[in-house]
Design a protein around this ligand. Structure first.
Ligand SMILES: [Zn+2]
Ligand SMILES: [Zn+2]
Length: 146
């Protein structure tokens, strides 16, 4: 599993990334402020690579989201839009065709991207995990509790 979280030290802006974090010995040292942060590695993380609680803050409520780089999706649409516009006067079929291809590319990118499990409380992100069936998509009401 890969973990990615903001260093909990006040005033430290480091983003700590570690893989495979389930093999670390109960703590992760921040490379910037050099503070050792305790992490809770549970049995289910070690054995099944499944998250039952957040290793950083211990919260049990987490949500799933697509790991889709939004900027990439916007870029594809913008480029396709520009190409499409240049063909608008000469050949309408190409103009529409380009847009159709862009939509398809966006869809394929979306389907190919994996899921990120994220903690509601501290926003730590986990990748390459076995999906936990009790985790669902982002819920605003749950988020507002934190
Ligand atoms: Zn730090
Ligand atoms: Zn957390």
């Amino acid at each position: 599993m890969q973990i990615r979280f903001h260093c909990p030290t006040e005033d430290c802006v480091a983003i700590i990334e570690l893989e495979p974090f389930e093999e670390c010995e109960g703590s992760i040292r921040c490379p910037r402020c050099n503070v050792e942060h305790a992490v809770h590695i549970t049995e289910s993380m070690r054995v099944q690579r499944q998250l039952d609680l957040c290793a950083v803050c211990g919260a049990s409520e987490m949500f799933l989201r697509k790991d889709f780089p939004q900027i990439l999706g916007i870029l594809v649409v913008l480029i396709a839009g520009a190409i499409s516009l240049s063909f608008l006067k000469s050949d309408l079929r190409i103009a529409y065709g380009v847009l159709g291809v862009a939509i398809l590319v966006d869809l394929i990118l979306y389907l190919l991207t994996g899921l990120v499990t994220s903690c509601y409380a501290c926003r730590a992100e986990y990748r390459k995990v076995t999906p936990n069936p009790s985790h669902e998509g982002f819920d605003l009401a749950t988020s507002e509790k934190y």
